[in-house]
Ligand binder design. Structure first.
Ligand code: FPP
Length: 236
């Protein structure tokens, strides 16, 4: 295993500009260990931090993490509360945990209107505190849905007086940059689950069986090596 992992540490010929990550498998990771699902989410937050650092080290421009979907409100109240608490705790600790030397910029995407006001304040502060940084832009999707994002962009354009819209208009008004080069989904599931529908038009997909809390730098490297060996034709 160690040998296999090592061969994925080689340099990369071509890196994706924008990566999307569906952090899946926290519940199964916890279940396998006889732990509550929230323990899986906590361990998942550690994996999130590790992958942010590695993306920044590799000079990836933008990474979008799917942390809480518009559909996740349908989970048991206790799990929703635990996830909100986790985001809250992360933001309290973020100043030291994703320190300035790392130069990571944080942005939240999704409809924050329904979130707790204390959490919104911390999100605003994290964005303001890191706005001038030039390292990896880390988008954290909370109360996010790909369909909701497209509706949001169209409504913005309508509010600005537009009566018809072009693809370019939508691309310029969604939350992230318009294209995502690589979407990574661990845990064995092979679906998009309403994640970055617009940005995924020409994304490459990488699936693996590793559960998100176990996902580490080597798993990221493996995904990146798969990506650089894909023949991207964009319909040509
Ligand atoms: C899906 O796995 C995961 C989630 C709904 C939550 C993802 C959130 C984190 C990893 C925390 C990230 C933290 C920060 C600070 C951004 P699942 O629970 O559906 O797993 P399962 O399919 O095995 O049940």
């Amino acid at each position: 295993m160690a040998l296999f992992k090592k061969e994925h540490e080689a340099a990369f010929k071509e890196l994706p500009r924008h990566i999307g990550i569906i952090m899946d498998g926290n519940g199964r990771w916890a279940k396998k260990r006889g732990l509550p699902r929230t323990a899986g989410h906590r361990k998942g937050a550690d994996a999130f931090e590790k992958i942010c650092r590695e993306c920044n080290r590799l000079k990836i421009k933008e990474v979008t993490f799917y942390a809480f979907s518009t559909e996740n409100w349908n989970r048991p109240k206790s799990e929703v509360q635990a996830l909100m608490q986790l985001f809250h705790d992360f933001l309290i600790e973020a100043k030291t945990r994703l320190s300035e030397t790392e130069n990571i910029r944080v942005r939240f995407i999704g409809d924050r209107g329904v979130l707790d006001s204390g959490l919104i304040k911390l999100m605003d502060e994290a964005e303001a505190d890191t706005a001038q940084r030039t390292g990896t832009l880390v988008n954290i999707a909370i109360n996010y849905g790909g369909r909701q994002e497209i509706v949001y962009a169209v409504n913005k354009l309508i509010a600005a007086g537009r009566q018809n819209v072009t693809e370019n208009d939508i691309s310029e008004n969604i939350y992230t940059s318009p294209d995502c080069d690589l979407i990574i989904r661990p845990s064995g599931e092979k679906r998009l689950s309403n994640f970055m529908l617009w940005q995924a038009a020409y994304s490459e997909f990488q699936y693996s069986r590793v559960l998100w809390p176990d996902f580490d730098e080597h798993d990221l490297h493996r995904a990146l090596h798969e990506f650089e060996n894909r023949n991207r034709r964009f319909g040509k």
